[in-house]
Design a protein around this ligand. Sequence first.
Ligand SMILES: O=C[C@H](O)[C@H](O)[C@H](O)COP(=O)(O)O
Length: 231
Amino acid sequence: MSKQDNLEIKRVAGVAAAAEVQDGMVIGLGTGSTAHYAILRIGERVREEGLSVVGVPTSYQSAMRARAAGIRVVDLADVDAIDLTIDGADQVDAAFNLIKGGGAAHTREKCVAAASKRIITVVDPSKLSEQLNVPVPVEVVPYAATLIARQVEALGGVPVLREGVKKDGPVITDNGNFVFDCDFGTIADPAGVEAQLNALPGVLTCGIFTEFAEKICVLVGESSGCRTLTR
Ligand SMILES: O=C[C@H](O)[C@H](O)[C@H](O)COP(=O)(O)O
């Protein structure tokens, strides 16, 4: 599939998710190339339909894109709850466990997911997998990075420090930390690996999301339209 076709599929999913937004809602705004299309479409609806919503961004990227789209943005601290979050994923398994953090935004995304009543996960079909098997992003405090790399290896993972693009050295997250992409092969027990990683001193958050399956609906963009997966 060409890059252009893949972007079109992501657009289909993002636009379909934006159609679920209703007047008065507090909306969690995800990070990445698929959530981007939902943000653009919500902005259009604000301008064209006079839709009144506030957005809670999950990153500097989504905050900047939301403001540019004309969506009013507030902090997580300013809301009691989030009605609906629209966010992407790097992988979704059959039980709706997710791997997130390809854009290093998974810590804020997990906070926003935890505060959300409903989550729409927008993906292209390449993200669907029976079991999780792509490397797990783990955000770590720089002070503890070397120690954590050894501990990830002891858990059976292969950690690779994420390097910047157009920036020498490690990626620095929106929270000022490093990210290891940790390859565990096929993950038979996502909740167990998530708990083990999150328990390491100096780990802020790992990109395995297992606790939100009950409130997730997955929208899969396809060239023929959009497919909805529910559990
Ligand atoms: O950190 C980034 C996020 O978790 C993204 O939602 C995830 O990487 C998917 O991004 P995309 O829709 O660009 O594939």
